[in-house]
Design a protein around this ligand. Structure first.
Ligand SMILES: Cc1cc2nc3c(=O)[nH]c(=O)nc-3n(C[C@H](O)[C@H](O)[C@H](O)COP(=O)(O)OP(=O)(O)OC[C@H]3O[C@@H](n4cnc5c(N)ncnc54)[C@H](O)[C@@H]3O)c2cc1C
Length: 389
C-alpha cells in the first residue's frame, strides 16, 4: 500500500538522485576506507533514511511494507555498505521495539533510532547456535530489579557502531527451545558489554560486524521488551518475517545495478568486430538476468501488499528471501561472465557486488533453512486443505 502516491513518487525520486549523485561516486572510497564517510552518514540521516520503517509518532516516516521495499530497492543500487549502515535501524535493530515494545521503551529509543542519533543492532546468533537459533545459550538471570546477561553473540551487524542492542537471551533455563527466550534492549555503555574487533570479511567493506560479549551485564528489568519473559522468540520471528521481505528487496537493488553495469560494458566492449552485447549467447545472459529481476520484484511487491493488507505472509516472506537472494547470486555470476576477465579484477563494481551479495544467501536464514520452512508450510497447508475436503 502506498499512502500518498504523488508524495511517495517524489520521495523515491529523491532517493534515486541521492544514490546516483552522492552514493555511487563514493563507493570506491567506502571500499578503500572500510567505512561509510561520516558526511554521507549525516546526509542519509538528514534525508530520513534511518527512520523509514519507524512509525511517524516516534519520529520516523512510518513507511508501509510496499513503500519500504521500493525505497530499499532504490538505495541498494549503491554499494551494499550504505544500506547496511542504515539498515539495522530500518530493520532488525528497531523492529522488535516497534512490534512489541512498551510505550515507555518506544518513547525512549525509537526517536533516536529514527534520527540516526544511535545505531541499532540485533543480537541473536551465537558461536554454537546459528540456524538452530532456539538453542541459544546467553543467560539472563533476574537479580532484584535487573537482569544479569552472560554470554557471547557473534556475527552482529553494526555491533562496532551500535548504541542499542536487541539481545535474545534465555530467562528460563528449564525451558528448552523458544519458550525460555526473552528479548532485551541493552545500551552500549552498560557495564559488562563489550564488542569485539570487526571481522575481516569476504565483502561488504564499510559494514562492520563483530562479536558482542556480555559478562554479568546488568540490564534494568524495564528493558525487557514488552515487559514479559518468554516472548523473545515470538518477537524475533515477527521481526524476521518483515525483514525477509525487506532483505529480498535489498537483494534486488544490487541485481538491477549489476545488470545495468553489465549492459554498459557489453555495449561498449568489441570483439570480432562488434559489441559483445550483439552476441546471442551474451543476450541470453542479459535475458536471464532481466527475467530473474522482474520475477523477484513482482514477488516482493505482491508480498509487501499482502502484508500491508494484514495477511499472514510467513510462507511468502520465506519464498521472497529464498528466491531473491539466490536470484541475486545468479545475476552476479552472469554479470561477471559478461565482463570476461575484467569482471574478476578488483575495481569494477561488479567484482565488488559479486563478493558483497554472497552474504545474502547466508544470513537471516540460509537458503536451506528457507527451503525447509517453505516446504513445511506448503505441506501443512496441503494437509489442512485435505482435512477440510
Ligand atoms: C556478515 C554477517 C552478518 C550477520 N549479521 C547478523 C546479525 O546482525 N544478527 C544476528 O543475530 N546474526 C547475524 N548473522 C548470522 C547469520 O544469521 C548466521 O550466520 C546464519 O543464520 C547461519 O548460521 P551459521 O553461520 O551458524 O551456520 P550453520 O547454522 O552452522 O549452518 C551451516 C550450514 O548447515 C546448513 N544447515 C544448518 N541447519 C540445517 C538443517 N536443519 N537442514 C539443512 N541444512 C542445514 C546451513 O544452511 C549451512 O549451509 C550474520 C552473519 C554474517 C556472516
Amino acid at each position: 500500500m502506498i499512502r500518498d502516491p504523488q508524495a511517495f513518487s517524489q520521495a523515491l525520486q529523491s532517493i534515486e538522485r541521492h544514490v546516483r549523485e552522492r552514493l555511487i561516486p563514493s563507493e570506491a572510497e567506502v571500499e578503500a576506507r572500510d567505512e561509510v564517510p561520516p558526511q554521507l552518514v549525516a546526509e542519509m540521516a538528514s534525508l530520513g533514511y534511518f527512520g523509514w520503517s519507524i512509525p511517524e509518532e516516534w519520529g520516523g516516516q512510518g513507511m508501509t511494507t510496499e513503500e519500504l521495499v521500493l525505497a530499499a530497492m532504490a538505495l541498494s543500487q549503491a554499494s551494499v555498505a550504505f544500506r547496511a549502515r542504515v539498515g539495522t535501524n530500518t530493520g532488525i535493530g528497531s523492529e522488535a521495539l516497534v512490534a512489541d515494545g512498551t510505550p515507555e521503551q518506544k518513547a525512549r529509543y525509537l526517536p533516536r533510532l529514527a534520527s540516526g542519533e544511535i545505531t541499532g543492532a540485533f543480537a541473536l546468533t551465537e558461536p554454537e547456535t546459528g540456524s538452530d537459533a532456539t538453542a541459544l545459550r546467553t543467560r539472563a538471570e533476574r537479580d532484584g530489579s535487573d537482569y544479569l546477561l552472560t554470554g557471547t553473540k557473534c556475527f552482529i551487524t553494526n555491533a562496532p557502531l551500535a548504541g542499542l542492542f536487541t539481545v535474545l537471551a534465555r530467562t528460563d533455563p528449564e525451558q528448552a527451545g523458544a519458550h525460555g527466550i526473552s528479548a532485551f534492549l541493552v545500551e552500549r555503555d552498560t557495564p559488562g558489554l563489550q564488542t569485539g574487533q570487526p571481522y575481516k570479511k569476504m565483502g561488504q567493506a564499510g559494514s562492520p560486524v563483530s562479536e558482542v560479549h556480555f559478562d554479568q551485564c546488568r540490564v534494568p528489568a524495564a528493558n525487557l521488551i514488552g515487559g514479559r519473559e518468554g516472548q523473545g522468540f515470538k518477537t524475533a520471528m515477527k521481526v524476521l518475517n518483515k525483514q525477509r521481505i525487506h532483505l529480498a528487496a535489498l537483494c534486488t537493488g544490487p541485481a538491477i545495478r549489476m545488470l545495468e553495469e553489465a549492459m554498459r560494458w557489453t555495449t561498449q566492449r568489441h570483439q570480432f568486430g562488434q559489441p559483445v552485447a550483439q552476441f546471442q549467447l551474451v543476450q541470453a545472459l542479459i535475458a536471464d538476468c532481466q527475467t530473474d529481476i522482474q520475477a523477484a520484484r513482482a514477488l516482493i511487491l505482491q508480498t509487501a501488499r499482502q502484508r500491508d493488507e494484514g495477511e499472514d505472509v510467513s510462507l511468502q516472506a520465506s519464498v521472497c528471501k529464498y528466491f531473491a537472494s539466490e536470484m541475486c547470486g545468479r545475476v552476479a555470476d552472469r554479470c561477471v561472465q559478461m565482463l570476461g576477465g575484467s569482471g574478476y579484477i578488483h575495481g569494477h563494481p561488479i567484482e565488488r557486488f559479486y563478493r558483497d551479495v554472497r552474504l545474502f544467501r547466508l544470513y537471516e536464514g540460509t537458503s536451506q533453512i528457507h527451503q525447509l520452512n517453505i516446504a513445511k508450510r506448503t505441506l501443512a497447508a496441503f494437509e489442512a486443505q485435505q482435512g477440510r475436503l
